[in-house]
Design a protein around this ligand. Structure first.
Ligand code: MNH
Length: 475
């Protein structure tokens, strides 16, 4: 058998952690259940660029702001699809996240969908977000006296509901039924399969295992596909554009008149559900974790909600009010700095180039911008482990070099759902902090679960309803 390392950077070597073994490479230096966190831990002292090799895969990571800025230069580099993302194509096809930049459907979908994701477009999702958050609070109300609530679990229900209602007006009943909806279960299983396949394909002969795994999981994918195809077909002929599905079915390209095909629309819906729900729920959960840990920050955030929302603890923000929560927004930004829920993104050069004045990088090579490292680069971030939302005051942001902070990726392929995520997260944090006082278990040790994204595991908060008088006394 020919032993060839993929993505081998023309044989160039980079620093790596620990002792490297034949065949398995650096596999033993990291824990399979928490690969990203072990990579971060093992990277200490390796410098701004290093590699991790396992079986036939070699992954080069970049951890400094300086090199991240180089890779974010759109004139020289663009998005790459590393094997883990490539494996998702079986599920989400040429949807926006998994499409190659030169696939015609990427450009078309990007142009057709950008208007649906602008800041002003959030006005149409705002009522859905308010309604879903209110359902969560109503779901909590009779339960909070019985004990703490599992934050990551409930935030994931919330973001899933918000997205499915905004994308295709579907209610999964997350707050009215005990069991997760079969669609959600099927989606989670199919994604789990994608991750497994990505790993199998790194092993020689692993393609066979990947195909076997596909056969075992095919029914999950088939279930998701069928349900969405039926939904899409049922809207045939409707001109209603109140949700993303309606927009995708009806909007044609202003110049070419082209529309998205039904199969591509299915890929986009799956993409929004996958890309949008855990990422946002993780961001919300980490923000709540940091607030519970930092009572002064929590007090400032609640003072802000009292100032903007007034005495009624049940008040929900209007669309215009959401952008007024400047402190809560900084809390969110700072949480995504310390725990970026999408831990990195991959970049390749458009033409053969030199990276860091030193390494030849060809279009078939890719490097991963590790946000967990870039967001803590001591050359840019003082006391990087300390939670301090005021780092995101405009005067402080201006002092930092460009590309110091990239939780939503870079360039043309950056997150299309950024405004959606920020609007939802600020709205939910503000209304929740206004309505409840919260406290965490002081003995809880942050445990981060690595799924498709990063999420606190087993993180619970005790909630108590705030009274109108409390709102008055703090304002
Ligand atoms: Mn989102 C791309 C992070 C919320 C839909 N998203 C990306 C990328 C990052 C990212 C990083 C770029 C990945 C890459 O370069 O390979 N996204 C986030 C984070 C949150 C988030 C941290 C929440 C917090 N994303 C959302 C939401 C949606 C969404 C909400 C949908 C409603 N994201 C996408 C899509 C892409 C993307 C679609 C791909 C865009 C493209 O390539 O055209």
């Amino acid at each position: 058998m020919v032993w060839r390392i993929r993505n081998n950077w023309s044989g160039q070597q980079f620093p790596h952690a620990g002792r490297r073994l034949p065949l398995v490479g650096d596999l033993l230096t990291f824990q399979p259940s928490r690969p990203i966190q072990s990579m971060l831990e093992n990277s200490v002292g390796l410098g701004p660029i290093f590699e991790l090799q396992a079986f036939r895969q070699k992954i080069v990571f970049v951890g400094s702001v300086e090199l991240a800025a180089e890779l974010c230069d759109e004139t020289r580099f663009g998005k790459a699809l590393p094997p883990a993302v490539e494996a998702l194509r079986d599920y989400a096809g040429d949807g926006l996240f998994t499409a190659h930049s030169d696939e015609p459907n990427w450009q078309l979908a990007h142009e057709l969908l950008m208007p649906a994701f602008t800041k002003s477009a959030m006005a149409s999702y705002h009522p859905i977000m308010v309604e879903t958050a209110t359902e969560l609070f109503d779901y909590w109300r009779p339960r909070i006296a019985d004990g703490p609530v599992d934050i990551s679990r409930d935030m994931t229900k919330l973001t899933m509901e918000t997205l499915s209602r905004s994308a295709f007006s579907h209610d999964f009943g997350s707050f009215s039924t005990a069991k997760p909806h079969p669609f959600v279960k099927a989606m989670v299983s199919a994604l789990e399969n994608g991750r497994r396949k990505g790993a199998f394909r790194a092993i020689p002969g692993g393609e066979v295992l990947a195909r076997l795994a596909d056969r075992r999981y095919a029914h999950h994918q088939a279930y998701n596909d069928r349900m969405l195809d039926e939904l899409i077909a049922a809207r045939d002929g409707s001109t209603d554009q109140h949700d993303l599905l309606g927009i995708m079915l009806n909007v044609a390209h202003p110049e070419t008149g082209e529309k998205l095909s039904p199969v591509n629309i299915r890929h986009q819906i799956l993409t929004f559900l996958v890309a949008g729900h855990e990422t946002t729920s993780g961001a919300l959960s980490f923000a709540l974790y940091f607030l519970a840990r930092n009572p002064q920050c929590l007090a400032r955030a609640q003072a802000e909600t009292d100032e903007i929302l007034g005495d009624d603890p049940a008040a929900m923000p209007s669309f215009e009010q959401v952008s007024k929560f400047r402190y809560i927004r900084r809390v969110l930004d700072e949480s995504l700095r310390i725990w970026p829920t999408v831990p990195g993104f991959a970049r390749s050069p458009r033409e053969t180039t030199t990276l860091a004045d030193k390494y030849t990088m060809r279009p078939q090579d890719y490097a991963v911008v590790s946000l967990g490292l870039v967001h803590k680069d001591p050359a840019v971030w003082e006391n990087p482990d300390e939670f301090d939302p005021d780092r995101f005051l405009a005067v402080n942001v201006k002092k930092r070099p460009a590309h110091s902070y990239k939780p939503f990726g870079a360039g043309a392929r950056a997150c299309i759902g950024r405004q959606f995520a920020i609007h939802e997260a600020v709205l939910v944090l503000a209304s929740m902090l206004h309505r409840f006082d919260l406290s965490g278990d002081p003995d809880y040790q942050l445990d981060v679960d690595e799924r498709l994204t990063m999420l606190p595991r087993g993180f619970e908060l005790s909630l108590r309803a705030r009274s109108p008088q409390m709102a008055e006394s703090t304002s």
